[in-house]
Design a protein around this ligand. Structure first.
Ligand SMILES: Nc1ncnc2c1ncn2[C@@H]1O[C@H](COP(=O)(O)OP(=O)(O)OP(=O)(O)O)[C@@H](O)[C@H]1O
Ligand SMILES: [Mg+2]
Length: 445
């Protein structure tokens, strides 16, 4: 006889299912699960189970509450942990969004893992030397911390995790796939530069940590969709076959969880559309169809997930949209999200001493509270004001700057935002009345 779902499983079912707006399947209160992630030093050889027990003992004995999304550093007093643990973080508490979690009210789920030091492996198509795929062994040192540094307005990250937990629960319970079917495909779409590709990589890394008890290691296989549809279509068919053969080899390893990232899927759709209209060779249609067939075959496999992105939603092949279990729009960040992104960038620049002084930046709630009372010379208030201005721009322009003081940094940031705003205004004017843009640029010069 099938066992009843446990309380924690009920919570998971409740918090999930592909559409965040759908009502919960099962009602009932259950204890939250607080996720703790514990990264071991590269040379540690202690069994994960032993560390897990020690961490639970340490937390239950010495802590009464824990702050979500924070680091625990005082484990150094426990010799075994000091010797083996590189860092330990409190992640989220399932569907409970409270920041502070009282330990006696939660079940702990402690995820122990070690980072893989290998770099990404790039695969090239031999004859033309075109990059066809990237391959990562997960969890990878190179992707460490990515997930926590991605800041979105809605609960997008929790929603993605819940989806995967649900697919696993359903697979374990042998839910009849003719009644509830999964394609194992997630589509992230939205404007350029909003973090879609980064989120896919971070998500694959996160899954390799969260599913470590079930799958001893993870893999991320990134297909370069442009290479599939470059000029040599007759070769592309073979390439799809070869790529999927590689994927099947990875999936054959039952101890591995495999994420496949197909970035910018609109190139696939565009190809099929122009091909059907007769503008592209028929080979192109065959390639797209071959790809879709291969993707369909993958849904039978329990240890695979396909992540796709696009920044032109309208251009994505309808066949593709229909296949996605989750279609998540990733929009431009709000003032609050930008404040979060930029403060974490500034903290990082302070850590590595590119910004020399160590200033304390207020969190969002505090900065909102003090914006009228504190002086604009206060770095947090200045940053707040800049974020208000650049709501329609992104955080990337930070990257190329290396300044020495926080004041200079904020000045440079404001300057970049102002430039961006002028640039956009010019573009809009140019679109409205042809030629104005060019004239204005000449005037400015
Ligand atoms: N919400 C965010 N939080 C933190 N960093 C972000 C966020 N959005 C974007 N970034 C940063 O901006 C950079 C660009 O992100 P990414 O390449 O993932 O965007 P994208 O949506 O895939 O863009 P495109 O559609 O052009 O491919 C990355 O370095 C990423 O870390
Ligand atoms: Mg991208």
């Amino acid at each position: 006889m099938e066992a009843e779902p446990s309380r924690s499983e009920i919570t998971e079912i409740n918090s999930t299912l592909s559409d965040a707006t759908s009502p919960p399947l099962v009602t009932g209160r259950a204890r939250s699960i607080l996720h703790i992630e514990c990264c071991l030093k590269t040379l540690s050889t202690v069994r994960y189970e032993v560390i897990r027990e020690q961490v639970e003992k340490f937390l239950r004995e010495f802590k009464t509450s824990l702050l979500c999304h924070s680091e625990i550093s005082d484990f150094q007093d426990v010799a075994l942990l000091k010797e083996n643990v590189e860092y330990m973080i409190v992640a989220e508490a399932g569907c409970d969004t409270s920041e502070i979690q009282i330990l006696e009210n939660v079940d702990l789920n402690i995820h122990v893992y070690q980072l893989n030091e290998d770099d990404v492996v790039e695969e090239y198509q031999e004859e033309e030397n075109v990059l066809t795929a990237n391959y990562w062994d997960l969890p990878a040192r190179a992707l460490d911390g990515l997930w926590d540094n991605l800041i979105f307005d809605e609960n997008i990250k929790i929603r993605l995790l819940d989806y995967v937990y649900t697919t696993i629960l359903f697979a374990d319970r042998n839910v009849n796939s003719n009644i509830i079917s999964w394609n194992r495909i997630i589509l992230l779409h939205g404007p350029p530069g909003t973090g879609k590709t980064t989120l896919c990589r971070a998500f694959a890394q996160k899954l390799s940590i969260r599913l470590a008890e079930r799958y001893s290691h993870g893999k991320l296989f990134e297909i370069n969709s442009h290479s599939l549809f470059s000029k040599w279509f007759s070769e592309s068919g073979k390439l799809v076959q070869k790529l999927f053969q590689q994927i099947y080899d990875l999936i054959d390893d039952d101890d591995a969880f495999v994420c496949i990232l197909i970035d910018e899927v609109e190139s696939l759709a565009a190809t099929r559309k122009t091909a059907l209209s007769g503008a592209e060779p028929l080979d192109a249609v065959r390639v797209v169809n071959a790809l879709l067939t291969q993707i369909d075959k993958l849904k039978q496999e329990k240890n695979v997930l396909i992540l796709t992105t696009s920044n032109i939603t309208e251009a994505i092949d309808i066949a593709f949209i229909d296949r996605a279990d989750i279609k998540q729009y990733i929009g431009l960040p709000s003032q609050q999200a930008i404040y979060g992104i930029l403060s974490s960038c500034i903290r990082e620049l302070m850590r590595v001493k590119i910004i020399v002084e160590e200033e304390f930046l207020l969190d969002w709630r505090a900065v909102e509270l003090y914006q009228h009372t504190n002086s604009i010379d206060d770095p947090s208030i200045r940053l707040y004001a800049i974020c208000g201005k650049c709501q329609a721009t992104y955080a990337q322009f930070l990257k190329s700057w290396a300044t020495t003081t926080l004041k200079d940094f904020l000045k440079a940031l404001e300057h970049a935002v102002d430039n961006e705003i002028i640039g956009r205004k010019l573009t809009l004017e140019n679109q409205g009345e042809g030629g104005t843009c060019k004239m204005l640029i000449n005037e400015r010069n």
